[in-house]
Structure formats: structure tokens, C-alpha cells
Design a protein around this ligand. Structure first.
Ligand code: ZN
Length: 168
């Protein structure tokens, strides 16, 4: 198998207006196995072959981030049919059904008896800018390659120490 790396990095994520959406700064750095779908495609591709210590700004178009905004995922429904109690307000999120895999929907607006719901990912349709600082790069272990994801670090027992659902 060709060499694949596990990359650990810090990031700050901004929307096209430069507003801060998310950051790992001050928290734990993110580790991922290259090409394994652990992070969004556009960022994975842009960081391929990157070296430790690199600071880079990566622009990721919506299509390679959380996808384009899909208008068919925006629906008007009767409030009485929703599995929620109490008042709803724009920005509220809830699972659209009893099924634990039911999509998370977001309230866009409340209009009388009706609610406009959006099942798109909150970042769908946004071109994203990541300020990335690469903390470390190392070759993936056999175990990581077979599991298809990065393990946290040496000496922590690999799998089992994180919630990856596979046997360590
Ligand atoms: Zn694992």
C-alpha cells in the first residue's frame, strides 16, 4: 500500500464574510488519516503531502465542503406534526423523527401554524476558509490503515481509547 499519513492540525474556520465559525485553537488538535473521509474532501486534498509546522490558508468551495444548499431539503410543515413541544424559534434544531438516524433539521422561520425547516447541513452552500497549522505528520500504522482512520497517538492504546467502534 502506498504511504499514507496521519496529519494532526489546528484550524480556524471562517465563512465568506470572514466570520469565525469554529476553531480548534485552545482545544485539542484534529488528527485524520489522509484520504479516509475523516475531514471534508477539499481540505484533505489541499493538505496532501503537507509538512509539520506549515501554516496555510485553504479555501474550500461549498461543493468540496458540506455540499451545495439543496432547496428540496427546505420544507414548510405544520407545527402540530413536529415531534417537539413548546415554542419554536429560528435557529432551533431537532431530529425530524423517532429514528436515531433521522436527519437534524433547523428552523428557518415560524409563520403561524407553519414552520419552515431546513435539513441541509448548517454549512451547506458556504465556501469555507480554513487557517491551518500543521502540528505533526507521520506515517499511518498498519492498524490505522486497516481501520480507515487515525488513532489518537502513541502510547494511548490505539483504538478502544477512542470512540471509533472498531476493535483495537
Ligand atoms: Zn480504530
Amino acid at each position: 500500500m502506498a504511504n499514507r499519513n496521519v496529519v494532526t492540525f489546528h484550524y480556524t474556520l471562517r465563512d465568506p464574510q470572514g466570520r469565525l465559525l469554529d476553531t480548534s485553537s485552545g482545544g485539542q488538535a484534529i488528527s485524520y488519516l489522509e484520504g479516509a473521509g475523516q475531514i471534508i474532501d477539499g481540505l484533505d486534498e489541499a493538505l496532501r503531502g503537507v509538512a509539520a509546522g506549515v501554516k496555510q490558508t485553504v479555501q474550500v468551495p461549498a461543493a468540496k465542503a458540506y455540499g451545495e444548499h439543496d432547496e428540496t431539503q427546505v420544507q414548510r410543515v405544520l407545527k402540530a406534526l413536529l415531534p417537539v413541544e413548546g415554542e419554536l424559534k429560528p435557529g432551533d434544531q431537532f431530529r425530524a423523527g423517532e429514528d436515531p438516524f433521522a436527519p437534524i433539521v433547523r428552523v428557518v422561520s415560524v409563520e403561524g401554524d407553519e414552520v419552515l425547516l431546513d435539513a441541509n447541513h448548517p454549512l451547506a452552500g458556504l465556501d469555507l476558509t480554513f487557517d491551518v497549522e500543521v502540528v505533526s505528520v507521520r506515517e499511518a500504522t498498519e492498524e490505522e490503515l486497516s481501520h480507515g482512520h487515525a488513532h489518537q497517538g502513541e502510547g494511548d492504546g490505539g483504538c478502544g481509547s477512542h470512540d471509533c467502534g472498531c476493535k483495537g
